[in-house]
Design a binder for this molecule. Structure first.
Ligand SMILES: *Cc1c(COP(=O)(O)O)cnc(C)c1O
Length: 354
């Protein structure tokens, strides 16, 4: 990385927890590494980040995060190849998106060199925590929240930017059964759906619980205005294959601009697949399911990369998707992960080596 190096102070943990971790049985995001990066925003500027032992944070009860939800995050991964070299996938895109989220939530933007240098310094220190078992990776969670105090409903004057790491196993969601949602909405025009703002996800939990009670694993969000267009699959972008064309909803105020989504679009085009970024109606999916032209549906996001959908429910009817041997989902997942794990040429320049 070409930046003027900051002097990031490192306070090392007295003992490491790494020997207590079973790297062959990692779940997703519930084991944390020995250190974290912390950067404070005070008196109008971001201070030099520090690396300290992973630990709880102490906050005033009136911190605005608790009351007004000024909080944003990112999700990314570090991958280790067979030789033990470490790579990130399009990391500056995560930084840019964190700042898009920051702006919308009236949170001060984090300078890109603070983000990248802080991340690289923490990665160097925690390199041994990056799993090498197939499909495993180090999940990276950068986030910013309002630590500033006061019950007044206005932006805080102090914030914390933190990066924490969680070594995570291969994310096998299995084949998911989804419910097309017509009552609740994830986001609205002019709202914050395009931001990774904490409250967006809290707002999804209840409708998702209702879907789980009905025997589905996930909700397909439709547009808030008409509920005629499908927009996202839970907290993933949605893809639909009708005949041999791959469709995805266009990004907007309501739809998050996923890095997996845009990488899939690029790779699909590179494979010569017809790709359309356009509004997709529930009606056309039902028609395609009924006439046999609906071949695949899948969610796309950093955690699972691609999560194939086996069944979708709409108005008390379940529609099953076929099991294709030459499906796009597997091919696209292999092509992306081969780039991420340094098993294939990086023809689009997406990999960044530690
Ligand atoms: C994070 C996220 C995605 C996927 O984005 P990636 O950059 O691919 O991880 C899609 N939709 C929502 C709502 C998200 O929060």
């Amino acid at each position: 990385m070409e930046t003027k190096m900051m002097n990031i102070k490192i306070e090392k943990a007295k003992t490491s927890k790494i020997n207590q971790v079973d790297f062959n049985n990692l779940a997703f995001g519930n084991v944390f590494t020995d250190h974290m990066l912390v950067c404070d925003y005070k008196e109008g500027s971001w201070k030099v980040p520090e690396i300290i032992p992973y630990q709880p944070i102490s906050l005033d009860p009136s911190a605005k995060i608790f009351h007004y939800g000024q909080s944003i995050f990112e999700g990314m991964k570090a991958y280790k190849d067979e030789k033990g070299d470490v790579f990130l996938f399009r990391p500056t895109d995560n930084c840019k998106r964190l700042n898009i989220s920051a702006k919308r939530m009236a949170i001060p933007e984090i300078p890109e060199d603070y983000f990248m240098e802080g991340l690289m310094a923490l990665l160097k220190l925690e390199k041994d925590w990056i799993p090498q078992t197939p499909g495993s990776s180090l999940y990276i969670r950068p986030f910013i929240f309002a630590s500033g105090t006061g019950f007044h409903a206005s932006p805080a004057d102090e914030y914390k930017f933190i990066i924490a790491f969680a070594p995570s196993g291969a994310y096998f969601s299995g084949k998911v059964k989804v419910l097309i949602e017509e009552k609740y909405s994830r986001s609205a025009n002019g709202g914050v759906g395009f931001a990774k703002a904490g409250g967006n996800y809290a707002g999804q939990f209840y409708p998702t619980q209702l879907a789980l009670e009905k025997g589905y694993n996930q909700v397909i969000w439709t547009d808030d205005n008409t509920h005629e267009y499908i927009e996202e699959a839970g907290a993933m972008n949605i893809f639909v294959r009708i005949n041999d064309t791959l469709l995805t909803a266009p990004t907007s105020d309501r739809i998050l601009d996923g890095i997996t989504r845009k990488s899939i679009l690029k790779i699909a085009q590179d494979e010569g697949i017809a790709v359309e970024e356009r509004k997709i109606t529930v009606a056309e999916i039902i028609e395609a399911a009924n006439n046999g032209s609906l071949k695949e549906m899948f969610g796309a996001g950093t955690a699972a990369v691609i999560s194939p959908i086996s069944t979708f429910g709409f108005r008390d009817v379940d529609y099953d998707l076929p099991e294709l041997s030459d499906n796009y989902a597997t091919m696209l997942k292999n092509r992306i992960t081969d780039i991420q794990y340094n098993r294939a040429e990086d023809k689009f320049g997406w990999r960044v080596k530690l």
